[in-house]
Structure formats: C-alpha cells, structure tokens
Design a protein. Structure first.
Lengths: 206, 330
C-alpha cells in the first residue's frame, strides 16, 4: 500500500485503521495456531505413514511373488482367462472427510469379487493374498491423500501468516505511523499559529 | 524328430537370456526360427510368443498324427486335440459367463487351426453363455447343456468345466482301449494321474468354499487311486497336511509342495512325473509307439517351459524362480 496515496490523515481514519490492525493481528495469531497444529499433525502422520508403507510394500512383494508363480505355472493366457471368469468387480464409494477444515477422500468398499472355488489353486492363493492386504492398501492410500492435503493446507496457511506478518501488518503500521505523524504536525502547526496570532493580537492591543 | 527338441543347454541359455530381445535371438537358431520370421515387424511379447509355441507344438503333433495308424491317430486326437479344444472351450465359456467382450476372449484362445472343427470365434461372439453352449449340439460336447442350470445355481462356471473334463477322460479312455495292451500301460498311468490330480486340486479349492456343494459322486465321475470317499474327506478335512502326508506315490511326491505352501509346483511336478513315465516307456521300446508318445510329451513340456521362460524374462523374474517351474532332463 502506498503510504502517501489514498490515505486520509484524519483521526477517524486512524481509529478505523487501529481497529482493523487489531483484528488482523488476532487473525494472524489464530492462523499461527492452525499452522503449528497442522505442522505437528503432519510430522506425526509422516512417521506413521513411513512405517505403514514399509509394511505394505513388504506384503505386496510377497503378493507379486505369488502372482508371478501363478503366471509361471499356468501361462499368461490361462491366468487372464481365469481372471475373466470372475463376475463381480470391486465397487467403492469415495466420500469426503475433514480434519481441521482439511478435506480428504475416504474410501468405502461396497463389495468385493467372490473368488472362492472359482479359479485354479495357484491363482486363488495369489488372489486371496491380494484381498488380505487390500483393505490395508486402501487405508494407506487414504492416509497418503490425507497427508498430502494437510501438507497443502499447511503451505497455504504458512503463506497467509507470512503475508500478514511481513506485508499486511507492517503496511498498516506504516500508514498508522504516517497518519499519527501528520496529525501531530497539524497539531503543532495549529499550536504555533495560535501562539503567533495571540502574540500579534497582544502587540496590537499595546 | 527328437533332434527338433531343444537341449538342456539351449533351455538353460534361454532362461539366462536376460531380455526378450536376446531370448528371440537365441530362439532364432532353433526350429522355432520359421515361426518367428512371420512375426518380423510386429511387437513380440510373451503373449504373442505363447501362441507361437502352441503353433509349433500343433505342427509337430499334426505331422505325426497324419502318418499314424488309425487307432493311434484316434488316440492322439482324443488325448491331444481334444485337450486343446477343451482348453479353448473353457476360456470361451469363462468369458461368456462374466460377459467379457468377444475381442478379449479371442485374444486368449489357442490357435488350434485345422485340428479342431469347432468355430471358437462364433462361440465367443454369441450373446450369452446360454446362447453359446447350444452351438456345440452336434459335437461330442453336446452334454454340457445339462450343466448350465448348475452354473446358475452356484453362480460359477466350474460345472461346465468339470463336465468338459469328464467328456475328455471318457473319450481318451475309449480311444486308449483300442490300442494294443503293451501300449496302454504307460498311458493309462498318465491319464489316471492327470484325472486324479485335477480332482484333488478341485477338492482342495472347494475346502475354502462357504457354499453348500453338490454330492461328490455327481461331480467326480472318474476317480482312480484317489477314490470319491477320499475326495469327500479332503473337502471336509481340517488339517490337509496330515492327509496329504499319507498319500501313496506318485501323489505324495506331487502334493508335497502344498504342505510347503508352494501350490504352483504341483503342475510342474505332475509334468515331471509324466515325463519320467514316458521316458521309462522309451527304455523298453525306443522305436515304437512309446517312443512317439515320449517325443510328444517332451514337445508338450518344451512348449510349457518356453511359455514360462518367455513370461519370466519379460517380467524380470529371477532365474532361480523360473528354473523351479520348468521341467528339463538334467
């Protein structure tokens, strides 16, 4: 904000500005609290996510191994054909959930395919292993999306706090200082004028 | 004929190829060269190669069947041609059952060519499963229409698959009965082992099913060393390992991998058993029928080996893992 241009150096405007800056400073404090809470939440979530990802990656490795075994045993065309015989597919619903005003996706599994007794024993074992970790996989994916959203929100909040602390509030303070200085100058001028006029009037009377 | 089979050294170098490009280079110095030449310019992956390996197997099978005496030709038609037909039928019906697009069904079919009079494309293009099954009414597979209602009851395709297996075993045993006695022994052991193992695998899969299943005697029509009563015990058993440990050879050997949690090795061990039985037959008579059967079984195993190796290389599977799933004479 240009200090000189567009500023009314009046007591009324000064009062309004002081009210505004108090409001902005309070808002900045709340945003800082939100930022600190999000940062704590993010730190804790990253630690948890690291552990869960390592665990799921290890289990996925075992699942891929079993799937590879099925392919080696039956051949790719037979595997594809047996998989195609499964009627029902996975049905999910993605709903929004929120924490501290941060929205992230929540996956609700509506139905899973029925695979019991429907394929070769090798392929069934691999499919069963996939479904055993499937819920955990979806949960980890949700958690990752949540962490991403928290990180995004943390970034936005941080930018707002920085903008308020480094630009908006100092700008307001400069304007307030300018107006106060201006008003003081005018008061001094008025005082000097009164004194001068008073002196002249006194000399005239004498 | 045996000269066309890939040696153990060539199989080993294929397993160690490291890339599909190197695999194809090595394969182009073998009898597969002619088939590979026809693919030049097209994208070659494991799925394409699988079809090539089936085509070469069918070519070798045809060459022998054409010049064989009538009873032996009929046996080969039942044991081999029908096996391939049934594989295709199962793939078509699985796709129709789950309403898969015809183009997708056709992609996984074996290129049977002239060895089968069945029009698999028409079956795949039928509107529904119920519309495709009657298209087989003038063939040996006509009875599978009776299994359609069971497919609806259990919401599964296995009733049709089991019926196809039963038709296959019936036809094979009927053709086998027309062969001379000395030629039947080895083949009977192989056919019975294959039927018993398919029954066992189905029974083990059904152990995990929560649905009420039909009576065992209705489904398992052909049982040999493993009787219907034993199959019922398997389905009902709480400790499968305890039961499997009491099996007699060759089943104890073949099913030991279930106990160790490696179910996939059952098929590899079955192939190994068949290969060994056929090789024993050759020892007795290296010029006659058993030698021809041994050659054809070796061709079949070579085909399956190459399918596993090409897929394994394409997907960067470890060499040790690929080697566990192939059968060689080393």
């Amino acid at each position: 904000m240009n200090v000189a241009g567009g500023v009314r150096p009046t007591k009324g405007y000064l009062f309004e500005l002081k009210k505004r800056i108090t409001f902005v400073e309070k808002g900045c404090e709340f945003l800082k609290m939100k930022r600190d809470h999000l940062a704590r939440e993010l730190r804790a979530s990253i630690e948890v996510l690291r552990g869960r990802r390592t665990d799921i990656e290890n289990r996925l490795e075992k699942v891929y191994d079993e799937l590879a075994t099925a392919y080696l045993s039956l051949g790719p065309s037979e595997v594809k054909s047996q998989v195609d015989s499964i009627k029902k597919t996975l049905e999910v619903d993605v709903l929004p959930k929120s924490v501290m005003g941060v929205y992230y996706p929540f996956v609700k599994i509506l139905s899973k395919p029925e695979i019991e007794g429907k394929m070769d024993i090798t392929l069934y074992k691999a499919a069963q292993s996939i479904f055993e970790i499937f819920d955990e996989l979806v949960s980890v994916a949700e958690f990752e999306a949540r962490v991403e959203k928290i990180a995004e929100e943390l970034g936005k909040t941080n930018r707002k706090v920085n903008a308020l602390e480094n630009i908006v509030i100092p700008s307001y303070k400069r304007i307030i200082k300018y107006i106060e200085n201006k008003l003081e100058e005018e008061m001094l001028e008025e005082f000097v004028r009164i004194k001068l006029i008073g002196g002249v009037q006194k000399r005239q009377k004498e | 004929m045996r000269g066309q089979l890939l040696s153990h050294e060539i199989i080993n170098s294929l397993v160690n190829a490291g890339s599909i490009k190197k695999f194809l280079e090595l394969l182009s110095n073998t009898p597969y060269e002619e088939k590979l030449k026809k693919l030049s310019g097209t994208k070659i992956d494991a799925a394409t190669l699988e079809k090539i390996f089936y085509q070469e197997f069918i070519y070798r099978l045809n060459r022998i069947t054409r010049v064989a005496p009538v009873n032996i030709r009929d046996f080969f038609k039942a044991y081999y041609f029908m096996k391939l037909e049934i594989q295709n039928l199962k793939r078509v019906f699985r796709g129709k059952f789950s309403k898969t697009a015809a183009t997708r069904i056709k992609k996984v079919l074996i290129p049977t060519g002239s060895i089968s009079p069945i029009n698999f494309d028409s079956l795949a293009e039928a509107e529904t499963l119920e519309a495709s099954v009657p298209l087989l009414k003038d063939t040996i597979y006509a009875p599978i229409t009776e299994a359609l209602s069971l497919c609806g009851t259990y919401d599964a395709i296995w009733p049709i698959e089991i019926m196809l297996n039963n038709i296959y075993v019936n036809a094979t045993l009927k053709a086998l009965s027309k062969l001379p006695e000395q030629n039947r022994r080895v083949l009977r052991r192989i056919i019975e082992a294959e039927a018993d193992i398919e029954n066992m695998l189905l029974a083990i899969t059904w152990r995990k099913s929560s649905k009420k299943l039909p009576p065992v005697e209705e489904i398992f029509k052909h049982t040999y060393k493993i009787s219907k009563e034993e199959i019922e015990k398997i389905i009902a058993s709480k400790d499968l390992a305890e039961y499997l440990e009491r099996l007699k050879p060759p089943y104890a050997e073949i099913f030991k991998s279930i106990i160790s949690g490696e179910e996939a090795l059952i098929r590899t061990d079955l192939r190994r058993y068949i290969y060994n039985e056929a090789s024993k037959g050759r020892v007795v008579d290296d010029f006659g029928f058993t030698s021809i059967i041994s050659y054809l079984i070796s061709c079949e195993i070579e085909r399956d080996n190459l399918i596993s190796i090409s897929w394994g290389i394409e997907n960067k599977i470890k060499i040790e893992k690929i080697l566990r799933h192939i059968v060689t004479n080393a």
